[in-house]
Design a protein around this ligand. Sequence first.
Ligand SMILES: O=c1[nH]c(=O)c2[nH]c(=O)[nH]c2[nH]1
Length: 315
Amino acid sequence: MTATSRPARPVMLGQNQYGKAENRVVKITRDGDTHHIKDLNVSVALSGDMDDVHYSGSNAHVLPTDTTKNTVFAFAKEYGIESAEQFGIHLARHFVESQPAIRRARIRIEEYAWDRIQTSDSGNRFIGADEVRHSFVRNGQETRTAQVTYDGEDFQVFSGLKDLTVMNSTNSEFWGYVKDRYTTLKEAYDRILATQVAGVWRHNWTGDDQRMPNWERSYAQVKRHMLDAFVETYSLSLQQTLYQMGARVINSRGEVDEIRFSLPNKHHFLVDLEPFGLKNDHEVYYAADRPYGLIEATILRDGAEPQIPVDMTNL
Ligand SMILES: O=c1[nH]c(=O)c2[nH]c(=O)[nH]c2[nH]1
């Protein structure tokens, strides 16, 4: 027997699973003016009687991955998200008990926690006595950055932060924009506004003959003012919110002459639940990760020279 006429080795299908990974579902529960967020990344993996689809291509036992995605969003509306575990149990049971061919469902969930933004509170018309009702900061918070340059004469001190993820679950609109033949975006009168703040600001301290700022206090206060402005701005665009955040810092912190922001617009799209006979009353969103709008600008004290490089905030 020559090598070429050797009988084919039997080939067998081994472990297999399928489903839709990383369904980014955000559920807002509105308790009057007080909103609650559940933000999950849900991955579905199903297995069972799936020999045919692999061997012959018959899809007769295959619940589409697209359907598993829809189920995640529909369940968020129909049953709510009490906890990641409860939501996972509900989904897993549903897939196994409703589909004869599916014997095992694995639901993996990452939950992203959000804290209410603590503001300095005075004059804030959106907050109650003790809490901010619809403005959140993602738990885990930011990375602080600094860059100091000295040429033997002058110092240049940049402070900054990145990955400070914040969300307003209401008080954001976007409408009245230019429409051309490629525009499909619907005007929004109550949308989620979420961004991951990257900012760099320049101190006007340039040397030892001036009183040096208290860097720790300055950082805390700059962050505080940018968050206060994020909470308090009724936003007609992320550009407007960005300007308000920068203006608040410049107006409140005499040691800062310039601040630059890079703000990705972390889009949250309302999921169409009509095909499942469900009404989505601004409750269930798909948190898209890309593409994203990217809004960038420098805000300056009147008369100050811009020195922060355009790409600085992306470091
Ligand atoms: O706040 C926004 N600014 C934009 O420039 C823009 N463009 C867009 O599609 N959505 C938004 N949102």
